[in-house]
Write a protein that binds this ligand. Structure first.
Ligand code: ADP
Ligand code: MG
Length: 192
């Protein structure tokens, strides 16, 4: 069994997509073991998107550069840098603004291979590259180019832990052990 953290970001909640999104996870057999609807403060947001995780910052910078190249746009002209770390730090600030802007619904989901399963259902970080059938592909078309031109984070509806290691770091930030519940879903009997 694996657990993963999901956040229905402000765009998902304000677009009234919470039920639709949760349905997709539930129907794939992911079990809700914790949940809270809350406004996020900048302290939690800062820990959730850590300033010292260079691979995460550079990863976001890299996705931006790739998208800019595809669009034939000059990152230096538009963002003042083509350094993946510098761009990543800029995006982190926009991300903190985004996730603290309105309430979010945070969930812990559990299943065998939960991390991978949820990423597959959620889709690619860039909705534009996320295929139909995924949450991000079905409900959004945002791109780095659109987002960064407006100096904001990509609105892609859901956060999902990117690895088992990330899930183990993120879940305790959002939930105490006593808020995570154990119970059995009926499919578990069928799958045994
Ligand atoms: P994911 O959410 O798919 O795990 P990352 O962990 O790389 O993606 O990035 C975290 C979040 O930062 C993304 O979901 C998205 O909202 C935002 N983001 C990522 N890359 C960019 C970018 N190039 N420009 C603006 N926002 C971005
Ligand atoms: Mg991530």
């Amino acid at each position: 069994m694996e657990q993963t953290l999901i956040i229905l970001k402000p765009d998902a909640v304000s677009r009234g997509l919470s039920g639709e999104i949760i349905k997709r996870f539930e129907q794939a057999g992911l079990k809700i073991v914790a949940g809270r609807f809350q406004k996020v403060d900048r302290e939690l947001a800062g820990k959730h998107y850590p300033a010292d995780r260079e691979s995460f910052l550079r990863g976001m910078g890299q996705k931006t550069l790739e998208n800019y190249e595809k669009m034939g746009a000059d990152p230096v002209k538009m963002l003042g840098s083509k350094d993946t770390l510098e761009i990543g730090k800029m995006i982190r600030e926009w991300l903190i603004d985004y996730i603290t802007s309105a309430p979010v619904l945070a969930l812990v989901l559990e299943a065998p291979h939960a991390v991978e399963l949820v990423r597959k259902i959620g889709g690619h970080t860039l909705p534009l590259l996320s295929p139909p059938g995924t949450i991000r592909g079905d409900f959004a078309y945002d791109s780095s180019f659109l987002a960064n031109t407006a100096k904001r984070a990509i609105k892609n509806l859901v956060h999902a832990s990117g690895s088992v290691e990330e899930a183990k770091y993120e879940i305790p930030l959002w939930f105490k052990a006593s808020e995570i519940h154990a119970y059995e879903r009926v499919e578990e009997k069928v799958m045994r």
